[in-house]
Ligand binder design. Structure first.
Ligand code: ARG
Ligand code: ZN
Length: 878
C-alpha cells in the first residue's frame, strides 16, 4: 500500500488523555526493555466507548496489562503501526512491556546509540519507536523516568526534569530516576546514558531561582564547551529582558552527540545537540561555527517557552513554535552582533532556498493542510518563512504592541497545546487589530511578487508609486487573494539623505494608516494601490522593502546608476546590499553572453567601500560578495547552470583584477595581531579580510602566496579554513591536493574538523570533483551511518558547486540518486533531505531536465521506499 496523506481538517481530539507516564528503561547489550505505566483518563468531550488506538513502530510487544490484569493475545490487536484496545473504563492504568533494539536503529529516531552512548530523538514521531503511546503533541503528560544500566559503563544517566533517586540495585546495576513536573507531549521526552564529562555553571533567574547549567560531552570534547555555556547564559538573560520569560526548572542540561539527523532538539530541561552545533574552540571552529552555535543554543533554549510551555496541538501547527522561535533567535543574534548582517544572511536564505521551495513541487503554506511524512515538513518554509511572518507582525504592531501580544499569548496558553490561529488571536486581542487578511500568510503557499512602478511629476513635486501584488499558483492552490504586505521604505535625495515623507491616502480602505513616521511602513493590502508622495523638491531614489520587510520578490526598474547610488548611499544597510546584488545580477547576465569588464564608476564605489574603515566590515564583505549561482537561477525561467557558472566566474575575475590593489591593501589593514577571540569586532574584521584574500588570490600570485602563508601560520580555524578554501579553488590541482593532505594530517583526530575538510572538497567548483568525491566515500574519514559526514560529502556536492552537480553527462545526478537509494534503507530522513536538488528538474535546460527526471524515476521504482522518500519523489514527478 502506498503511504497516505493526513489532513489538517481531520483533526480530532484523542479518546483518552494520559495524565501520568511512568517509564523504566533496562539498558542491556543488544536490546533495551521498556516498561511503561500510563494513567489514562477518558476524554469526556468524545463519546468514547472505551476503545483506544496507540502508536508504535518496530516494537516487540511482550506484555500488556490493564489495571494490573495481563491481557490475553485475543484481547488486543496489533495492525501495522497501531495497537487497538477496547472496553477501557474511565481511568484505566495501562502497563506495557516492549523490547527495542537501539543498536540496530540507524534511522536515529527514538532510542539509538551514538558511539558508546545512548540517546533519543523523539520529535516529531520518534517516541512511538520506544513504546506504544498516544504519540501526538496534544497529549501532555507528567513523566517519571527510571534508567537501569551498568553504572560503570554508563556513569551518566539523564532524562527530563529533576533527578529524584539514584540507587544501586541488588544485582549491582544502577538505577537513576528523573521526574519532570511540567506536563509535556512525548516529542519532548529525552534520555541519555553514557560515559560523559560535564562542564558546569549556574544562572540566577530574574526571579531569584538558581539554575544549574550542565553541558555533557564525550571526554575528548570537554575543552570545547565554554562558548556554548556562555551563549546559554546570554540567551537566558535575553529572554528575560526582551520577553519577560524565565526558566522554570532547577537544572538545564545540554548533551552533545555525534550522530544526529538535525541541528538540535529542545527536550524539556535536556536539550540534545548535534556535536557540530555546540562544540567549539578557536583552533577547530570557524567564526561561522561560533555564530551558528550561539544561535542554535539560543533557539533551543527559547523553545522552553515557545514550544514547551506552550506547544502545538498537531503537527500542522509546527510553525507556531518553529517560526516564532526562529524569529526570537534571529532577534537575539541581531542584538549580539550586527543587525544588518543578520538580516542580510536571513534574507539570503529566504531568497535562495525558501523561494526555490515555494516555486517547486514541495511548496506548502506555513501552515500546511496535508502531508504524508511530517519529517519532510521541517522546512525553510515552516522555519524561515514562518519567522518572516512573525517578523511582519512585529513590523505591523511595533515593538510594544508585539510584546503585548506575546505576553497575552504566553499567559493565556501556558500549559496548552494550541494552534497558529491562537497565536494570531492573541496578537489581535492585545492590540485591538483585525488580522484576518494577515492570516493568509499562513494559508497561501508561494512567494508573492510585488511590482513597483513610479512616476515623478516635477511640476507639482509629486511621486506616484503604484504597487501591484500577485502570487503564483502552487500545488493544489490557485487564484490567491491579496495579502497584507508591509513595505518599509524611504525616499533618498541626491545627497543620499532620506527625504521627509508625506503620503496620501493617509489611511487605506480598512482605516489603516498607510505610513507612520515611526514605522516608515506602507501597508499594501490590495492587488493594486497607488501612493502619492508630495512636497518633493527633487526626484527621489526609491528604497523599497527596507530591512527585507516582507518575504516577497520585488520587481522594479532601477538603472545600474540608481542601483550603484543605493549601494553607496541607501540609509538602510539591507537595501544597500540588495541594490548591490541587483547590480551584480545584471553583470552576471551580461557576462554570460560576452567577456565582462567592471565599469569604472562601479570600480570607484567598490574601492571606496573597501577602504572605508568606518563601515561595519562584515557588511562590507557581504556588499562585495556576488549572488550565489542558486540565487541567480531564481531569476531564470530556464536554468542553465553551466552558463550561470561561467557568467559568475567572469564577473568574479573582473572584480578581482580591477580591485587587486584594494583587496591587497584591505587584507593588510585587517590583519590581526594578538589572541584570537570569537567576538563580534574580531569576527567582522576577519570576514572582510578573508573575503579580500579570496579575491586577491584569484588576481595574483602575491595573493596566492599570502593564502599559503595564512594556511600554514593561522592560529585559528577561521583563517586556516579560509586559506584552505582559496587554495583548493585556485585552479592548481597539485597545490590543492598538497594543502588538503597537510590539513588532514594536522586534524585527522578531530571529527568536526575532518567534516569541514570533507565538505571543502565536495563543494569545490574545480573539474574532476565528482571523481574526487566518489573516492572520498571510501576514505577512512567517511561513514554512511553518520549524518554529518553524509551532509559534508553528499550534501555539499549537490548543493554547493552547481557546475559539478549539473555535469552535462548527468553523472552528478546518478551519483546523488545512488546515495539516496542507499540511505532510503537506513536513514529515510536524511535520504529525503538529500533529494531536494533533484526536485528542481522542471526548470532546467531540456537535456539536464531529462537526465535529472530519469534519476527521480529510478528512485521511484526502488523497492521499499520509505514514506519520506516516497512523498518527495512522487510529488516531484506529479
Ligand atoms: N525542534 C527541533 C528544532 O527546531 C528540530 C527537530 C527536528 N526533528 C525532525 N524529526 N525533523 O530545534
Ligand atoms: Zn526549533
Amino acid at each position: 500500500a502506498q503511504p497516505k496523506s493526513i489532513f489538517l481538517k481531520d483533526y480530532q481530539q484523542p479518546a483518552y488523555w494520559i495524565v501520568e507516564t511512568g517509564l523504566t528503561f533496562e539498558l542491556q547489550d543488544g536490546y533495551t526493555d521498556v516498561y511503561s505505566r500510563l494513567q489514562l483518563q477518558r476524554n469526556q468531550s468524545l463519546t468514547a466507548d472505551g476503545s483506544l488506538r496507540l502508536d508504535g513502530q518496530q516494537l516487540e510487544t511482550l506484555e500488556i496489562r490493564i489495571d494490573g490484569r495481563v491481557l490475553a493475545a485475543d484481547e488486543y490487536r496489533i495492525e501495522g503501526d497501531s495497537l487497538f484496545l477496547s472496553g477501557l473504563g474511565e481511568n484505566p492504568v495501562l502497563e506495557i512491556h516492549t523490547r527495542i533494539q537501539p543498536e540496530q536503529n540507524t534511522a536515529l529516531e527514538g532510542l539509538y546509540r551514538s558511539g558508546s552512548m545512548y540517546c533519543t530523538q523523539c520529535e516529531a514521531e520518534g517516541f512511538r519507536r520506544i513504546t506504544w503511546y498516544l504519540d501526538r503533541p496534544d497529549v501532555m503528560s507528567v513523566f517519571t523516568t527510571a534508567i537501569v544500566a551498568d553504572g560503570s559503563r554508563y556513569p551518566v544517566m539523564l532524562s527530563n526534569g529533576n533527578c529524584v533517586a539514584d540507587e544501586i540495585l541488588e544485582n549491582g546495576r544502577r538505577k537513576v530516576t528523573w521526574h519532570d513536573p511540567h506536563r509535556k507531549p512525548a516529542y519532548l521526552f529525552a534520555l541519555v546514558a553514557g560515559d560523559l564529562l560535564c562542564k558546569e555553571d549556574t544562572f540566577t533567574t530574574m526571579g531569584g531561582r538558581n539554575v544549574a547549567l550542565k553541558i555533557f560531552v564525550e571526554p575528548q570534547n570537554i575543552t570545547k564547551t565554554e562558548y556554548a555555556l556562555d551563549a546559554l547564559k546570554r540567551s537566558m538573560r535575553w529572554d528575560e529582558e526582551v520577553y519577560g520569560r524565565e526558566y522554570d526548572l532547577d537544572i538545564f542540561m545540554i548533551v552533545a552527540v555525534d550522530d544526529f539527523n538535525m541541528g538540535a532538539m529542545e527536550n524539556k530541561g535536556l536539550n540534545i545537540f548535534n556535536s557540530s552545533c555546540v562544540l567549539a574552540n578557536p583552533a577547530t571552529a570557524t567564526d561561522a561555527a561560533y555564530q551558528r552555535i550561539e544561535s542554535i543554543v539560543a533557539h533551543e533554549y527559547f523553545h522552553n517557552w515557545s514550544g514547551n510551555r506552550v506547544t502545538c496541538r498537531d503537527w500542522f501547527q509546527l510553525s507556531l513554535k518553529e517560526g516564532f522561535t526562529v524569529f526570537r533567535d534571529a532577534c537575539f543574534s541581531a542584538d549580539m552582533h550586527s543587525a544588518t548582517v543578520k538580516r542580510i544572511e536571513d534574507a539570503n536564505i529566504m531568497r535562495t532556498v525558501q523561494f526555490a521551495e515555494d516555486g517547486g513541487p514541495m511548496a506548502h503554506p506555513v501552515q500546511p493542510d496535508s502531508f504524508i511524512e511530517i519529517s519532510n515538513f521541517y522546512t525553510v518554509t515552516i522555519y524561515e518563512k514562518g519567522a518572516e511572518v512573525v517578523g511582519m507582525l512585529h513590523k505591523i504592531l511595533g515593538k510594544d504592541g508585539f510584546r503585548k501580544g506575546t505576553d497575552l499569548y504566553f499567559d493565556r496558553h501556558d500549559g496548552q497545546a494550541v494552534t497558529i490561529y491562537d497565536f494570531v488571536k492573541a496578537m489581535e486581542d492585545a492590540n485591538g487589530v483585525d488580522l484576518t487578511q494577515f492570516r493568509l500568510w499562513y494559508k497561501q503557499a508561494g512567494t508573492p511578487v510585488v511590482s513597483a512602478s513610479s512616476e515623478y511629476r516635477g511640476d507639482v513635486g509629486e511621486l506616484h508609486l503604484t504597487l501591484r501584488q500577485s502570487c503564483p499558483d502552487t500545488p493544489g492552490q490557485t487564484a490567491k487573494k491579496a495579502m497584507w504586505i508591509p513595505v518599509q521604505m524611504g525616499l533618498i535625495d541626491s545627497q543620499g539623505n532620506d527625504m521627509p515623507v508625506n503620503v496620501s491616502p493617509a489611511v487605506n480602505a480598512d482605516g489603516l494608516a498607510t505610513w507612520t513616521a515611526s514605522s516608515q511602513v506602507l501597508h499594501l493590502t490590495e492587488a493594486e494601490q497607488t501612493f502619492v508622495f508630495s512636497g518633493l523638491t527633487e526626484k527621489p531614489v526609491l528604497s523599497l522593502f527596507r530591512d527585507f520587510s516582507a518575504p516577497v520578490r520585488v520587481e522594479m526598474q532601477q538603472t545600474d546608476d540608481e542601483l550603484l547610488f543605493r549601494l553607496q548611499h541607501d540609509n538602510d544597510g539591507f537595501n544597500r546590499w540588495d541594490a548591490g546584488q541587483r547590480l551584480m545580477l545584471n553583470w552576471i547576465a551580461q557576462a554570460e553572453r560576452s567577456e565582462f569588464e567592471l565599469p569604472a564608476k562601479a570600480r570607484a564605489v567598490l574601492a571606496g567601500l573597501l577602504a572605508d574603515s568606518t563601515l561595519d566590515a562584515a557588511m562590507v564583505s557581504y556588499l562585495l560578495t556576488l549572488p550565489s549561482e542558486a540565487y541567480v537561477s531564481e531569476f531564470r525561467d530556464v536554468v542553465d547552470p553551466q552558463a550561470i557558472h561561467l557568467g559568475r566566474k567572469r564577473v568574479r575575475l573582473a572584480l578581482a583584477m580591477a580591485l587587486k590593489d584594494e583587496f591587497a591593501a584591505c587584507y593588510q589593514r585587517l590583519l590581526q595581531h594578538g589572541e584570537y577571540r570569537p567576538e563580534p569586532a574580531q569576527m567582522t574584521a576577519r570576514a572582510l579580510k578573508n573575503l579580500a584574500l579570496s579575491y586577491w588570490c584569484e588576481a595574483s600570485d602575491a595573493g596566492l602566496n599570502m593564502a599559503m602563508r595564512q594556511f600554514e601560520t593561522a592560529d585559528n580555524m577561521t583563517d586556516q579554513m579560509a586559506a584552505l578554501v582559496a587554495l583548493v579553488n585556485s585552479g592548481d590541482a597539485e597545490l590543492a591536493q598538497r594543502s588538503l593532505d597537510a590539513f588532514y594530517q594536522q586534524w585527522k583526530q578531530d571529527v568536526l574538523v575532518v567534516n569541514q575538510w570533507l565538505s571543502v572538497q565536495s563543494g569545490s567548483a574545480e573539474t574532476g570533483t565528482l571523481e574526487h568525491v566518489s573516492r572520498l566515500l571510501s576514505h577512512e574519514a567517511f561513514d554512511w551511518r553518520n549524518p554529518n559526514k553524509i551532509r559534508s560529502v553528499v550534501g555539499a556536492f549537490a548543493n554547493q558547486a552547481l557546475c559539478n552537480f549539473h555535469r552535462t553527462d548527468g553523472a552528478g545526478y546518478v551519483w546523488l540518486a545512488d546515495a539516496v537509494i542507499r540511505l532510503n534503507a537506513t536513514n529515510p530522513q536524511i535520504a529525503s533531505r538529500l533529494l531536494t536538488p533533484l526536485t528542481k528538474w522542471r526548470r532546467l535546460v531540456p537535456v539536464l531536465s531529462a537526465l535529472m527526471r530519469a534519476q527521480l524515476e529510478r528512485i521511484a521504482a526502488t523497492q521499499d521506499l520509505s514514506p519520506d522518500v516516497y512523498e518527495v519523489v512522487s510529488k516531484s514527478l506529479a
